[in-house]
Design a protein around this ligand. Structure first.
Ligand code: SAJ
Length: 421
């Protein structure tokens, strides 16, 4: 079968490599010419993809790329992995999904399978994709197959990748489900069929809502423990010794990435269409979005204790990526903390072993090229916002006047100049 993957990002490119690795010819379709060219040259730009694996499948002639949708006519399966952002008032923006689906519809032919992997509200495949794809007269489930299978990529996860993460699959109809199951089983160890595309869509937004709500719960606990003069990390470490009925979540400076802060609002929005006001989603988002402010409050208190104002204080921030051991700083709370301290007049610099430069709001923020003892000693305050594994926190604590650790990255290091979130 000839496979097409639309969207060569952190979901599409790993998927392309996994399918090519098991021998399929895969066509990567992306509107970004430079991405299409890089993939065609076997040049990787996604952290979770092994450079050598991409080079190998390209060298074996199993990969081609294009920015042009007319190649769709030559394919048997087309998988859509384009972003589903929110617009300014937390309303779903299916612009990319609609755009690529309309393009696919122009070249759709009998026998093809189209599968949407982007995270979206329950009903998208049936209410948005299907009409667009049937516009040319072909009928879903009869002339072509239509399915939804949510991506479960966890960027930076070394244990679970595309091939060994259970994959939920829902079809527009039984024939479509059957076709999708055959396709997904060809490169994924365990596939989980469900009764409709809508169920598959709901599964995914529930998964992300589950995370957002539980992260917000520990964030609220962190703020309460701060007020009560208790160590939330000690409370949580002890709570997670319970061998059943609980799972570890930890507080932090906020929730980043383009999934957890955003995807739950797709469900909130769709629920309103049914006259149902969800409450956890809004509440969790508010608490998580408030965490950078909470960090700023703690910074202000710490400097105040040393009779220093934020304005003019030298602050070194360790971590800009939205979570450990990756280079992605989209929606990163660390960036919010940095920008707020800068706005308060702090003399702030950042070091992140995975992020050397930040391009945001048309501005460029240059990070320190290396973490020197001098940069630690010069700082009035060092803030840890992303707990990357490849930073020597012993050295950080040893050479810093004071450390505000928002991620418990310094766990196990005994020192009286560490303050935890
Ligand atoms: N975070 C906390 N405390 C926690 C867990 C996470 O503050 O206990 C923060 C992280 O630092 C990060 C944000 O929340 O800023 C999101 O972290 P995440 O662990 O949910 O990771 P993502 O968003 O990169 O990927 C998640 C996937 N992660 C896991 O399941 C562990 C998974 O939910 C989805 O496959 C993916 O979103 C997606 O694409 O939807």
């Amino acid at each position: 079968a000839r496979i097409g993957v639309v969207g060569l990002g952190y979901v599409g490119l790993p998927f392309l490599v996994e399918k090519a690795k098991v021998g399929f010819h895969v066509t990567g379709i992306d509107k970004n010419q430079s991405r299409a060219d890089m993939v065609a040259r076997g040049e990787n730009y996604i952290g979770d993809v092994h450079d050598a694996e991409l080079r190998d499948v390209v060298a074996r002639g199993l990969v081609s790329t294009t920015t042009d949708f007319e190649k769709v006519a030559e394919l048997d399966v087309i998988v859509i992995c384009v972003p589903t952002p929110l617009d300014s008032n937390l309303t779903p923006d299916l612009g990319f999904v609609r755009q690529v689906t309309a393009e696919i519809a122009r070249y759709l032919r009998p026998g093809q399978l189209v599968s949407l992997e982007s995270t979206t509200y329950p009903g998208t495949t049936e209410e948005v994709m299907k009409p667009l794809l049937e516009a040319g007269g072909l009928e879903a489930g009869v002339d072509f197959f239509l399915a939804h299978s949510p991506e479960r990529v966890d960027p930076g996860n070394k244990k679970f990748g595309t091939a060994n993460t259970n994959k939920v699959v829902g079809g527009n109809d039984p024939a479509s489900l059957e076709a999708a199951l055959v396709f997904y089983k060809s490169a994924i160890e365990h596939v989980v069929p469900v009764s409709s595309a809508k169920v598959a869509e709901m599964v995914k937004v529930y998964e992300n809502t589950f995370r957002s709500v539980n992260i917000a719960l520990v964030n609220e606990l962190a703020m309460l423990c701060d007020r009560m003069g208790m160590n939330v990390w000690e409370v949580l470490d002890a709570a997670f010794t319970k061998p059943f009925g609980i799972m570890p979540f930890y507080p932090g400076p906020g929730v980043g990435g383009h999934c957890i802060p955003l995807d739950p609002h797709y469900l909130e929005w769709k629920a309103r269409e049914y006259g149902f006001e969800t409450r956890f989603i809004t509440l969790a988002s508010e608490i998580n979005r408030n965490m950078p402010d909470f960090v700023i409050q703690k910074v202000t208190r710490l400097l105040n204790n040393d009779s220093k104002a934020v304005k003019g204080s030298r602050i070194l921030q360790l971590g800009m990526a939205y979570k450990r051991n990756i280079d992605d700083y989209r929606e990163s709370p660390a960036l919010v903390v940095y920008e707020q301290l800068l706005a308060l007049g702090a003399d702030i610099r950042f070091y992140d072993p995975h992020v050397s430069i930040v391009e945001e709001h048309g501005q460029t923020i240059q990070g320190l090229g290396e973490l020197t003892i001098e940069s630690l000693e010069q700082a009035d305050l060092v803030i840890i916002t992303t707990p990357h594994s490849n930073v020597d926190y012993q050295q950080v604590v040893k050479h810093s006047r004071r450390v505000l650790d928002t991620r418990n990255a310094t766990q196990g290091i005994v020192s009286n100049n560490i303050v935890l979130l």
